[in-house]
Ligand binder design. Structure first.
Ligand code: SF4
Length: 344
């Protein structure tokens, strides 16, 4: 059965929900898991000519968030964060740091569920004017209508990260239907959509994972991904703990195989960066700075967030031969690249 399902993915045929459930039921420490993770990696690398992409995310503001997500450092009922907005000079420094080597594919600007449209548009303008043209600007914001996405597109945004989370509406105060409508609004505004199965914890069953992964596959996303929930101290779901990176890599590989027939899918991600995932079908890696829902520090770059140098080095160690810029041009990811970018 495993061979048959992998064969379908290799031939570019769509996997069914039953196929994905079968794959997820395999133990991640088994020989069969090694085979499926290897197959996912080979399929993805063949599609991308063994290229990876490097993304940067800047959390530009935070506040006790009405999203109330029980896993997030900003949930209004348990957060200790106060209202914060990144000063201009700091934003500029962070953009410059992310873009210094000229190899950043995309830069995310992250705000809370409720955000000021004027402030966010202004931030986008600043980022678009400062980042090189070969770096795309991506939005990571709360539920938004098509008109605002059209404004963001005019301001230079190329795509949007948006998810309908696992147990949305139960572990969050947000409406899963509104989350999905926002994803459709992104596409209707002519923007690319990046989604993710997240935040995966030990309590999530395989059926839930399958249903969630098909939201993105059925919508036709540009990037799909998997992210494990980080047990944030003080958050209500902390007590559940975390899944292992190996389990996350197994899930990443299943999503990559399930997406093999998708004509829209260009890149596959995994969060946070980890070498097992990036040897199992993921190639889109995100460095992080500023506020971060998985961190208790106001600037994640001094704690959880990895910088571009460490990401570049990890991608090299995972055997990728190229980095792609946001215009899809390729840069060799070799030892000289690591030396020149202080990534060793
Ligand atoms: S995950 Fe996002 S929407 Fe949920 S509480 Fe955190 S910032 Fe708000």
């Amino acid at each position: 059965m495993l061979k048959k399902i992998i064969g379908k993915a290799q031939e570019g045929k769509a996997l069914t929900r039953e196929d994905c459930l079968f794959l997820l039921e395999i133990e991640e420490h088994s020989y069969e898991s090694g085979v499926l993770r290897g197959a996912a990696s080979a399929i993805r690398r063949e599609k991308t000519d063994n290229s990876a992409i490097l993304l940067g995310q800047i959390g530009v503001e935070s506040s006790p968030c009405p999203g109330g997500c029980r896993f997030c450092a900003f949930g209004e009922d348990h957060t200790s964060f106060k209202k914060y907005r990144m000063p201009d000079a700091e934003l500029e420094n962070k953009i410059d740091a992310f873009c210094a080597a000229g190899d950043l594919y995309g830069l995310y600007l992250m705000a809370m569920h409720d955000y000021s449209r004027d402030f966010y548009l202004e931030t986008v303008h600043k980022a678009r004017n400062r980042a090189p043209k070969t770096t795309q600007i991506w939005a990571n914001i709360g539920d938004t209508d098509k008109e605002m996405f059209a404004e963001l597109r005019k301001a230079g945004v190329s795509g949007v990260y948006h998810v309908c989370r696992l147990r949305e509406g139960a572990d969050t105060k947000l409406d899963p239907e509104k989350r999905k409508q926002t994803m459709r609004n992104v596409l209707d505004a002519g923007l690319k959509l990046y989604t993710c199965v997240e935040p995966i914890g030990p309590e999530h069953g395989n059926e839930e994972l399958v249903e969630n992964m098909f939201i993105g596959i059925d919508l036709g996303v540009f990037q799909h991904a998997a992210m494990r929930r980080i047990a944030v101290p003080g958050s209500p779901l902390y007590a559940y703990g975390q899944i292992s990176e190996l389990r996350l890599a197994h899930i990443t590989a299943v999503i990559a195989l399930a997406s093999a027939a998708s004509p829209s899918l260009s890149y596959m991600g995994a969060h946070e960066p980890g070498a097992i995932c990036f040897s199992s079908g993921a190639e889109a890696m995100t460095a992080e700075s500023g506020v971060n829902p998985r961190d208790t520090k106001i600037d994640t770059s001094v704690n959880r967030g990895m910088d571009t140098g460490r990401c570049r080095k990890m991608l090299y160690d995972c055997g990728f031969a190229y980095l792609r810029r946001g215009d899809e041009s390729k840069i060799p990811l070799d030892f000289a690249c690591l030396e020149n970018t202080n990534s060793l």
